[in-house]
Design a protein around this ligand. Structure first.
Ligand code: PMP
Length: 285
């Protein structure tokens, strides 16, 4: 991704893609002091743009990191990045992080907090799983307790177990891994939330140890508008056997059907297709 033409917004100005570099003593590189957003622009409009920018600022606050930009300034940076690259359908990655400076220990209050915005064309996150249903492994790592780490922050440190779990899943021929949380409840995938269908009703993990995804919240709204019952609750892994359909939600993943989790199989059913199509329409409204 580093060797490309294009522009990247960095600390207030557009720079050449290849020049968007940081120093090796960047605090974030050593201590994961970084928060980010993944968003999609559809036909020129970033879906839930302000909500993503607000979440970035909240993630920063949760990490005791004051991001020196307002929502309006982040919005302007995203627009400038899309325009500079001539993109109307794209994935956006906004990252805010502690840079290099006078501090090199764990504390970094004197180092600058920096921000960058990148955008590129990115197809479906799960490739052809969108049609057939993704195959998921069950991760050996558990989503941590809210007393261990601020689980509501979209923070780099929380992704360490995601990369490890996704690698383990791919080595087994799966496209992703599903986490249980520290209590053993079904949690989420490495970059997406999870939903299940049984007897025409929908079940999804309570957002008390997971990232309460903006797509998750959107889909719960879509289901409720259709008078479909949604149960946000603690789900035991043994319950997977009784669920008929399953899908993942995320800004990158959109609505991706799941065909298999470990030894349990799911059909890519009518409700999954209906919700996936409804989301595709909604993001372009
Ligand atoms: N959980 C995790 C761990 C994620 O990385 C993401 C992607 N941001 C999601 C859930 C879905 O969040 P959203 O719908 O806001 O993209």
């Amino acid at each position: 991704y580093a060797d490309r033409d294009g522009k990247i917004w960095m600390d207030g100005k557009l720079v050449e893609w290849r020049d968007a570099n940081v120093h090796i003593l960047t605090h974030a590189l050593h201590y994961a002091s970084s928060v980010f957003e993944g968003e999609r622009c559809y036909d020129g409009k970033v879906f839930k743009s302000r909500e993503h920018s607000k979440r970035l600022l909240i993630s920063g606050e949760l990490m005791d990191m004051n991001i020196p930009y307002s929502v309006d300034e982040i919005e302007a940076a995203k627009r400038a990045t899309l325009d500079a690259n001539g993109l109307t359908n794209a994935y956006l990655r906004v990252v805010a992080f502690r840079g290099a400076g006078p501090d090199m220990g764990v504390a970094a209050s004197r180092n600058p907090v920096r921000m960058a915005v990148t955008a590129w064309e990115w197809g479906n996150y799960y490739g052809d799983a969108k049609m057939k249903g993704a195959k998921l492994d069950i991760a050996k790592w558990k989503r941590p307790s809210p007393e261990t780490i601020p689980v509501a922050a979209k923070a780099a440190g929380l992704y360490m177990i995601c990369t490890m779990s996704k690698h383990a899943a791919e080595a087994k021929g799966c496209s992703d891994a599903m986490f249980l949380d520290y209590r053993g409840y079904v949690a989420e995938a490495t970059g997406a939330n999870i939903f299940f269908v049984k007897d025409g009703e929908v079940h999804t993990p309570l957002a008390d140890s997971i990232l309460n995804g903006l797509t998750r919240q959107t889909i719960i709204g879509v289901l409720k508008d259709r008078q479909i019952k949604v149960h946000e609750r603690h789900i035991m892994p043994e319950e997977l056997e009784g669920f008929e359909q399953c899908w993942l939600t995320g800004s990158a993943a959109e609505v991706t059907p799941v065909g298999q989790i470990g030894d349990y199989n799911f059909e890519v059913g009518a409700l999954t297709r209906e919700i996936s199509e409804a989301y595709e329409k909604l993001v372009r409204e």
